[in-house]
Design a protein around this ligand. Structure first.
Ligand SMILES: *Cc1c(COP(=O)(O)O)cnc(C)c1O
Length: 462
């Protein structure tokens, strides 16, 4: 008999009511599929994927309460009752005053960038995000990375690697002047750093610094609930506070947010822009009608707004967050224990493989992370995505490739979708690719789209 472990386990706070069969195609078919997709996992057919860890965006399972809400859709063009339910949920849990739905997060980013950023402005942020930076630059701004240096080191165990480097932010303000900085864009958690949280103390300090210069803060609130869970677990003084109350306090240090409801808010589509300033909201809602739809639906169906309103309330539950991030950590710690190089500490929504450590023999210009994601699919049918030089794109002025320090593959865990057994299979698949690392080869890019190239670029083996 083996000794019984002394720990007490957590379990998911739900049970399964409906299932969707998975399909695994043969190794030969997988080889053909990834070649036909130009070695880009975004171009695979979902039917050819076994376990889909491409993204946690819009891939969550909705609850019975959310599905019931779908039947209560008020599909009026204007003033749908579901809009008011959504508005009330955002006001209650995030604390912002004025809200307009958008079709998803990037819709909100477009509107915010257009109303706030003038050509020649600078927009500091705690590491870039692909669509966020695109809209800031399209509006004439220059993104400036002010995340702490620890964020660029995949092995560094600092618990709040999403923090803003206050000295770097102060130096930027001194260099270009507050008038050229329309707002600071604070992401919580920081996706591109590995789903790393920012601490409440850091957020308070950013608020104090920006207030002194009259600069606004807009949150990328996409995974702010997950960030609140990390604060509860890791930051002194927050252990007895609910995730919901931490979220509300965190948001109170900002002037509004852009939001992709497809992540924390447990829906398949939707987003919003929230603002505390009435004049700014009026400008935003004048643009929403151009790009998204009337300000009371912003590109969303009534039923989808209802599902998001209900999803927000479910997302702030402590039990939900413990199981959600617990599953991510289960996968990450297993790989770490086996000696597979992953970004430390394990983040909130994904486990990030360190492709530089996998393939030190493949130069960054031969896309080691892109190759690793393709190899993992070929090995096992598990779909992940590149977060390295392909995602980083080119400098908007010089046209040169950005060379990010982090060259990662993201295994992103959808919420309430897969079981621990799927995580076991995934870990074993990654370990098999790790064992075969010496024979891996780099890639050459054969097609490069002009914008957000990682979505549609094509490659071939060298
Ligand atoms: C997904 C995401 C966005 C963009 O949201 P979409 O709904 O995909 O348009 C913005 N910021 C972060 C951090 C994200 O993860």
């Amino acid at each position: 008999m083996k000794p019984r472990p002394t720990k007490r386990s957590w379990a998911e706070p739900w049970k399964v009511k409906m299932v969707e069969p998975l399909r695994m195609i043969s190794a030969d078919e997988r080889r053909r599929a990834i070649a036909a997709a130009g070695y880009n996992t975004f171009l695979l057919r979902s039917e050819d994927v076994y376990i889909d860890l491409l993204t946690d965006s819009g891939t969550s399972a909705m609850s019975d309460q959310q599905w019931a809400g779908m039947m209560l859709g008020d599909e009026a063009y204007a003033g749908s009752r579901n809009f008011y339910n959504l508005e009330a949920a955002i006001q209650k849990y995030y604390g912002y005053r004025y809200i307009t739905p958008t079709h998803q997060g990037r819709g909100a980013e477009n509107i915010l960038s257009q109303i706030c950023i003038k050509p020649g402005d600078y927009v500091p942020g705690n590491m870039y995000f692909t669509t966020t930076r695109h809209h800031q630059e399209a509006a004439g701004g220059t993104f400036v990375d002010v995340v702490i240096p620890e964020a660029h080191d995949p092995a560094n165990e600092f618990p709040f690697k999403g923090n803003v480097d206050l000295e770097a932010l102060a130096a930027l303000i001194a260099r270009v002047g507050a008038a050229k900085i329309p707002y600071v864009c604070v992401a919580a958690t920081v996706n591109m750093a590995g789903g790393q949280p920012i601490s409440m103390a850091n957020m308070q300090a950013v608020r104090a610094l920006t207030r002194a210069h009259g600069i606004r803060i807009f949150l990328d609130a996409t995974r702010a609930v997950e960030n609140a869970w990390f604060i509860q677990q890791l930051e002194p003084g927050y252990r007895d506070r609910s995730v919901a109350s931490i979220l509300l306090e965190f948001c109170s240090y900002s002037d509004g947010c852009t939001m992709s409801g497809k992540k924390d808010a447990l829906v398949n589509i939707g987003g919003w822009l929230a603002l505390n300033d009435k004049d700014l909201y009026d400008e935003a809602s004048a643009l929403v009608v151009v790009y998204e739809g009337l300000h009371t639906y912003g590109g969303m169906a009534g039923r989808d707004m209802e599902a998001m309103a209900r999803g927000i309330a479910e997302s702030v539950s402590d039990d939900h967050m413990t199981a959600r991030i617990g599953q991510v950590q289960y996968l990450g710690e297993m790989l770490h224990d086996w000696g597979v190089p992953v970004v430390r500490p394990i983040g909130g929504h994904a486990v990030y493989l360190d492709a530089r450590a996998f393939y030190p023999h493949i130069p960054q210009d031969q896309f080691p992370a892109q190759a690793l994601a393709a190899n993992l699919y070929e090995e096992s049918g598990v779909r992940a995505m590149e977060r390295g030089i392909v995602s980083a794109g080119r400098d908007k002025l010089t046209g040169e490739n950005h060379h990010p320090k982090l060259e990662l593959v993201r295994l992103t865990i959808p919420r309430r979708v897969y079981t621990q057994a799927h995580m076991d299979v995934t870990a074993e698949s990654v370990a098999a690719v790790w064992d075969a690392r010496a024979s891996a080869r780099g890639l050459r890019m054969t097609y490069e789209p002009r914008h957000l190239r990682f979505f549609q670029a094509r490659f071939e083996p060298i």
